[in-house]
Design a protein around this ligand. Sequence first.
Ligand SMILES: NC(=O)c1ccc[n+]([C@@H]2O[C@H](COP(=O)([O-])OP(=O)(O)OC[C@H]3O[C@@H](n4cnc5c(N)ncnc54)[C@H](O)[C@@H]3O)[C@@H](O)[C@H]2O)c1
Ligand SMILES: O[C@H]1[C@H](O)[C@@H](O)[C@H](O)[C@@H](O)[C@H]1O
Length: 337
Amino acid sequence: MTSTLGIAVIGTGRMGADHVRRIGRTVGGARVVAVADPDGDRVKEVAAGLEGASAHTDPAAAIAAPGVGAVLIASPGPAHEEALLQALARDLPVLCEKPLTPDPAGALRVMEAEQRLGRRRIQVGFMRRYDAEYARLKELLDAGGIGRPLFLHCRHRNASSPSFFTSDMLISDSVVHEVDAARWLLGQEVTAVSVLSPRASSAAPEGVQDPQLVLLETAGGAVVDVEVFVNCGFGYQVQCEAVGEHGSARIGDGQAMVVQSAGRWGGEIPQDFTVRFADAYDRQLRGWVAAVARGRVEGPDAWDGYAAAAVSAAGLTARRTGRRTPVDMAERPPLYR
Ligand SMILES: NC(=O)c1ccc[n+]([C@@H]2O[C@H](COP(=O)([O-])OP(=O)(O)OC[C@H]3O[C@@H](n4cnc5c(N)ncnc54)[C@H](O)[C@@H]3O)[C@@H](O)[C@H]2O)c1
Ligand SMILES: O[C@H]1[C@H](O)[C@@H](O)[C@H](O)[C@@H](O)[C@H]1O
């Protein structure tokens, strides 16, 4: 007989509430048994839609609630470390939204705690790895379909940024996706970062440097450029073109349906990530639940989270100093090889 996995969801904002809906509707074998958010009204509202789930303002209480067999962390990045350490202290499997932690020091502490358990417990929510278009691009590159990759040209645009978004978060919260995608697609670590900042868009909130152009150099000699523009106004766009020695391949044009009518042609641009990456979030969650049922945790690991945080840290220095900044990366522990 298979048992249902009881999940505690920590943070019930945009992403946490979306994951709660997803677990209820599209993921079999699991249910939410506890939710936590310091915003008491919000957490009660989310719990009200769930049968038998307890609502907490203290994440530790939700993690310790009866029936919890796994933890999904969707609080803001700076709160991840504390919740991760609490989940690890109970030896629970975790799906932690990106970034694992915004800073490499926090990620190292989390990896140390996981290594003490001697087995993987953490999956990081780098959901692009579960997107069908990214998966096809990865397959093509792995098969040598366009030869040795030379460039990835990436665009990461959000219609608008939340009120709490800072200039640093364009790198540590947004470009962190491209950092992980580049490491995964190319199978190479990022070794140095440069950042160029054009005059800020007049749509950017006061004091926020938006957009930015982030350049990543990799150990295998590829160069990745990322335009990050989180107040572009027109929609959510995540594009990636790989250029290799024998060809190029591009994803993210979103041209599933092109309508021709009244002398014009065109399509739709999704307005946010919950639409563009809906299938990827589903596959990510289903994969996590299925692996946990087999006693395993798979997918992007804490090392991937750490590596992304180390690259983000170099990116923040590069932006502040205007200088190309080498990435300072620890040695990869055996658990993550
Ligand atoms: N994978 C993706 O595409 C994607 C998309 C959006 C957000 N995210 C990530 O999800 C996380 C949440 O982002 P969001 O957009 O939902 O933010 P949000 O602000 O909408 O929600 C965050 C929630 O966490 C709560 N919170 C604050 N401190 C907390 C703490 N210590 N413990 C528990 N809850 C706490 C807040 O009250 C809020 O309800 C972030 O890590 C973000 O980077 C990922
Ligand atoms: O937290 C969100 C999320 O990770 C989105 O996928 C990304 O496009 C946004 O820029 C970021 O702020």
